[in-house]
Design a protein around this ligand. Structure first.
Ligand SMILES: C[S@@+](CC[C@H](N)C(=O)[O-])C[C@H]1O[C@@H](n2cnc3c(N)ncnc32)[C@H](O)[C@@H]1O
Length: 404
């Protein structure tokens, strides 16, 4: 029943789909549920699968979810990346304990990477869904799940431990790591007691909550920072890193802390403005990103880098600076109108300006587009009028197209 359902059709007309299913010849005989319970469960699963495509791609079609389980599940690209790190550092027979396994996104990735995994979850229904996912993906030779409390597990029972504590409570999202389930202190104790471990945390985890024994990695996917992963024991490699996963199939790009680098230099705006990826900023690796482009900060406290040269780097987005103005609505409007700009992308860092109000107040129309960057240099609010920087080969191609 479930495999024949199209989430888009359910969203468009749920009643029609439910009526069709209730009268379909397939039967619920042998199951301890009524026909309408079965139909309702199938509709819910089909809807969840539709939503899950964003995180799991085509694999979602074979998986089972709960609304909470899907919400908290690690997206496939991140789970696969992390599982590859586990597998690269540990022998294939390693027995990993996934101590808050949820519906099993990380567990499936770890088993898929060749490791033997035992999932543990305190919620019996969630544990059952994780089991169904193991079966659905044909991983039962390497993975199993038991219901239990992570905190009563001895980390020494496993060769390595992974723990992704729940960051949602009865009242929604939880931001304070001490209110995670299990709480932060219990989770770090588990990790420190294992010979190899990884904890997944929210990307906003304060640096002072990262134990000295852990290497912290901030991970973004196509520019969005998704999480922090803390690596312990034999999985520890560097104190801080930022890793950028790219949806276009390119290899992950990773940048690590360079203890030899001091504070980055500060300089007035040059020809290019670089905006570091959010993972680089969260990992406090802006000095490393500035060094990678031979650049300097516009302001010592703000993560905008400037340089006169265009360097092809995955760690920053580059803009070509066309003009720099002291911030004033009138001057900005005149400058944009003079350039016939009708569409602006507005970015800001270190500026209190309300971007949507500014966009309305600019009242622009025109065929061109521009990027406006609002920031401050010292205590002077400034705006930089920019365009997306074209890499040398893009510029060459555009040049030859214009010549043709
Ligand atoms: C963030 S989810 C895990 C998501 C999982 N990594 C995935 O990608 O599918 C956290 C899970 O921890 C479980 N949990 C919370 N407290 C627990 C505890 N003390 N012991 C075991 N599981 C617990 C919750 O039931 C929830 O399913």
């Amino acid at each position: 029943m479930l495999d024949s359902l199209d989430p888009a059709e359910i969203d468009a007309d749920p009643l029609k789909v439910a009526t069709r299913l209730r009268h379909a010849p397939e039967s619920a005989d042998g199951l301890d549920v009524s026909r309408s319970e079965l139909v309702s469960a199938a509709l819910t699963q089909a809807r969840l699968r539709g939503r899950a495509r964003q995180k799991f791609g085509a694999m979602a079609e074979r998986m089972f979810f709960t609304p909470n389980g899907l919400e908290q599940a690690t997206r496939r690209s991140v789970a696969d990346y992390r599982a590859r790190r586990f597998a690269a550092a540990l022998p294939a027979v390693t027995r990993v304990g996934d101590l808050c396994c949820g519906i099993g996104a990380d567990l499936l990735a770890l088993a898929g990477a060749g490791l033997t995994v035992e999932g543990v979850d305190a919620d019996p229904f969630t544990a059952a869904v994780a089991r169904a996912n193991i079966d659905a993906l044909g991983l039962s030779a390497r993975a199993r799940v038991r219901e239990g409390d992570a905190t009563s597990t001895a980390p020494g029972d496993y060769d390595a431990v992974f723990c992704d504590p729940a960051r949602r409570g009865a009242r929604g999202r939880v931001f304070d790591p001490h209110a995670y389930s299990p709480p932060w202190t219990a989770v770090t104790l588990l990790a420190e007691g294992a010979s190899a471990a990884c904890i997944k945390a929210a990307p906003g985890i304060p640096h002072d909550l990262v134990p000295d024994s852990a290497g912290a990695e901030w991970i973004s996917v196509d520019g969005d920072v998704k999480e922090a992963a803390l690596w312990f024991g034999t999985l520890y490699d560097v104190p801080r890193r930022a890793t950028l996963l790219r949806g276009d199939g390119r290899e992950p790009a990773t940048i690590v802390a360079d203890p030899a680098l001091g504070a980055p230099p500060v300089a007035p705006p040059g020809r290019y403005l670089y905006e570091p990826d959010g993972a680089v900023i969260r990992a406090h690796l802006v000095a490393e990103a500035a060094a990678a482009v031979g650049g300097a900060l516009l302001d010592p406290h703000i993560a905008y880098i400037t340089a006169d040269q265009l360097v092809d780097t995955p760690f920053c987005r580059a803009y070509e600076v066309d003009d720099v103005l002291p911030f004033s609505l009138k001057r900005l409007r005149a400058a944009l109108r003079g350039r016939r700009v009708g569409t602006v992308t507005i970015k800001k860092r270190g500026s209190a300006v309300d971007v949507e109000k500014l966009r309305r107040d600019l009242r622009l129309s025109g065929p061109k587009s521009a990027v406006v960057i609002l920031t401050r240099i010292g205590d002077r609010p400034v705006c930089l009028l920019c365009s997306e920087a074209r890499r040398p080969q893009q510029a060459d191609r555009a040049g030859s197209a214009e010549r043709a």
